[in-house]
Design a protein around this ligand. Structure first.
Ligand code: ADP
Ligand code: MG
Length: 701
């Protein structure tokens, strides 16, 4: 063939990339990898269409005779031909071509051609159609089109996959009785159906992944995920941690936690008491706790964390509390110190921005063990921070941290404990409590967090009045400012939130500064403050403190106040350009108000026209205040990857299942995982081998 020399030349220039390495680029190494490489779509080569019946946009296969062909030179050299069947004619066109193709297109020759149909001035055409011998037997199955990579042809993929399908061990890891009970197709049949669907099958269900064959595949994938997460949990349970059991508390000599509880102006809600009990039960065990405490904004997670910390401190170990921003960390520090100091518990502060001398003192207190609770930012996990005896790590707003950072903190404990001079107990790792105000929908909690225990605070402290949410187009801004003025005069405090301008931090800042200047003038003589990300931590704290002390009526803020900030007297929030915020973020922001007994209002100002997505987000904000409901809607709107940050989630391991759509399967897979682990460890291994090869490392984090 005349194409040969050309191919040879090009392969001489660039070193040939072997077929194997191209497959490897797609993650296709073992035969099972190939079998699980599933088609994106199908081509229908099972029938010949009449030329008359084809339409632009469709991929069609027709057969006919070349009636003329010519090389035209303008606008550029190209080969054109006309193919005719009994019903009509279609143009064929090649923008580059070999002499062999020219001779193939000689009038009188018959071809089967296949390609995408385009409408042109006089009729239809196919550009670079695929040719095959006219009259050859038709395919009896739809032809799969696989995800591929540069330089790897569908033909090579199809061949390799078909070979794998014929040889690989497809023993079903679900017994017939389980399959029929769950209504699942047999694995082999499912794979055959997906790779080579019979010609009479309507491919819609296959394309939309709703066909029972796909359900089976998704189920298997979710089952593999559940099995491997359970294995990860087992691994954790063979590690050891210092048991921090109940502490004797009598009326005469109350424990530290008892004393704190007595000093509080409120009693714990039932939900707080329940989750505290769950945490304390974990802490008494001799393997590390790994628990997520989730509770909506304002549900009172801080006090629960503080009480858990006191349990640990009573046992003579240190506790680290890490928060994602300095503002939040400092707020925790101030609050917890005010709780702990009267109890004689030493709380210590550590942040990157500290003056060197203060930092050195903190580090020394941490090393000596004098610091019983250390509150700080990421600085806590940096080099040079040596704990004397770290027993419990608490991470607030954990979704703000990457997996790596969280891991690094728990490793800190491993190092610290083994290097400890007090109690030389190697291999001990600290208990870990993470907290999040972004509630995770149940289906996600069961997958992403399946190897965590989850505690949920599902009730708000009493006396809170629901927040009234109002939506206004931004042309009502002046009215809103007038309303804020009135609110100030009634003794209310207001947050005025400026949106993040993604493209430019400088613009973002400018916008906040301008808004501040504008409001200061419009609301004069009322007292206005400004807080944004560029202030130094101590400046931020100073502003927050004046706002908390009631010295400011209005606080203009960027999203730095998004997480955790707690000023109960603030009861009005204005969010400008609410359409630019994500749903979870809006919910977090709104959670800054409604923390006191006063009726709170959150005004969302938006710029028209609204995109569909923005409209749905704002409607969700208007319709509900339930964090779980919001999270579910966020999941529906955005998909799970974005919700959790795909990289830090085990979700990126899910190729086929879609948690937003297949939530129902997750629960079934979870149950099946438990049953299978009990009854048939060998099959568990087989299933994990099939699905998780080479991915174990990923899962371990
Ligand atoms: P979050 O869960 O968002 O971190 P916080 O811990 O900041 O919430 O608590 C929100 C506010 O509720 C704080 O002012 C806190 O003191 C208060 N609070 C916490 N628990 C209770 C309770 N049981 N009764 C009344 N107020 C409470
Ligand atoms: Mg909080």
């Amino acid at each position: 063939m005349s194409t040969r020399p050309a191919a040879k030349r090009s392969s001489a220039k660039t070193p040939a990339i072997s077929l194997e390495s191209k497959f490897a680029r797609l993650g296709l190494i073992s035969a099972e990898d190939f079998v699980l490489h599933l088609p994106l779509r199908y081509e229908d080569e099972t029938a010949i269409m009449e030329i008359e019946s084809i339409r632009p946009g469709m991929t069609a296969q027709v057969e006919g005779e070349v009636v003329r062909s010519e090389i035209i030179l303008k606008p550029r050299r190209q080969l054109t031909a006309v193919l005719r069947d009994e019903s009509g004619e279609i143009n064929l066109r090649w923008l580059t071509f070999y002499p062999s193709q020219q001779s193939q297109m000689q009038p009188g020759k018959r071809w089967r051609v296949r390609g995408e149909v385009r409408g042109v001035r006089h009729g239809f055409e196919m550009v670079h159609p695929r040719l095959s011998v006219a009259g050859a037997p038709l395919s009896t199955a739809l032809t799969p089109v696989y995800p591929t990579t540069d330089g790897l042809s569908q033909a090579s993929l199809r061949k390799a996959i078909a070979a794998a399908l014929a040889t690989v061990d497809l023993r079903d890891t679900l017994s017939p009785s389980v399959r029929s009970q769950l209504g699942l197709m047999e694995l082999r049949e499912a794979l055959q159906t997906i790779h080579t669907p019979r010609a009479d099958l309507d491919p819609t269900g296959l394309l939309e992944h709703t066909h029972p064959a796909w359900t089976r595949i998704k189920f298997d994938e979710l089952l593999a995920q559940q099995l491997s997460l359970a294995a990860a949990r087992d691994q954790r349970q063979v590690k050891r941690a210092r048991p921090l059991g109940p502490v004797v508390s009598t009326a005469h000599q109350p424990s530290l936690s008892e004393r704190l509880r007595q000093s509080l102006p409120f009693a714990l809600t039932a939900a707080q008491a329940r989750v505290l009990h769950e945490i304390e039960t974990d802490l008494s065990r001799s393997f590390p706790m790994y628990r997520l405490l989730q509770g909506d904004v304002g549900s009172g997670k801080t006090i629960v964390a503080a009480l858990a910390a006191l349990r640990a401190i009573s046992h003579g170990v240190q506790v680290a509390l890490m928060a994602p921003t300095e503002l939040l960390a400092e707020q925790h520090f101030v609050k917890i110190q005010s709780w702990f100091e009267p109890l004689g518990v030493k709380v210590c502060w550590l942040a990157g921005s500290m003056p060197l001398k203060a930092k050195r003192e903190s580090l020394e207190a941490i090393r000596s063990g004098q610091a019983q609770l250390v509150v700080g930012t990421q600085a806590l996990i940096q080099e040079g921070v040596d704990f004397n005896l770290l027993g419990l790590v608490i991470v607030d707003e954990q979704h703000r941290f990457g997996v790596g950072q969280r891991l690094s903190l728990s490793r800190k404990g491993e190092d610290g404990a083994s290097g400890s001079s007090m109690v030389p107990e190697p291999d001990m790792i600290p208990h870990q409590l993470t907290m999040s105000a972004t509630p995770i929908p149940r289906t996600l909690a069961m997958t992403f967090y399946a190897d965590l225990e989850v505690s949920s605070i599902d009730e708000l402290p009493p006396g809170r009045t629901p927040i009234v949410t109002k939506l206004f187009a931004s042309d009502r801004r002046m009215d809103i400012i007038a309303h804020v003025a009135q609110a100030c005069d009634e003794g209310q405090q207001t947050y005025w939130v400026c949106p993040l301008i993604e493209e430019s931090e400088a613009l973002d800042l400018q916008n906040a500064v301008d808004t501040y200047a504008e409001l200061a003038q419009a609301l004069s003589p009322r007292r206005i403050g400004l807080v944004h990300g560029r202030l130094t931590p101590s400046e931020k704290t100073a502003v927050m403190q004046s706002f908390r002390d009631g010295l400011l009526d209005v606080l203009v803020a960027t999203t730095v106040i998004e997480v955790g900030v707690d000023v109960p007297n603030a009861s009005l929030m204005i969010i400008e350009h609410a359409e630019r915020f994500g749903l979870a973020q809006l919910h977090q922001l709104r959670g800054r108000v409604g923390r006191g007994a006063k009726r709170s209002v959150c005004v969302l100002l938006y710029q028209t026209p609204l995109s569909m997505l923005a409209r749905q987000r704002l409607r969700a904000m208007y319709e509900t205040q339930d964090g779980f409901e919001i999270a579910q809607r966020d999941l529906d709107l955005r998909g799970p990857g974005e919700l959790l940050g795909a990289r830090q989630s085990g979700l990126s391991l899910l190729k086929f299942a879609d948690l937003a759509q297949d939530g129902g399967l997750v629960a079934v897979a979870r149950e099946q995982a438990v049953a299978l682990r009990e009854s048939d460890p060998q099959t568990v291994r087989k299933h994990l081998d099939r699905w998780m090869r080479g991915k174990e490392d990923y899962l371990r984090s």
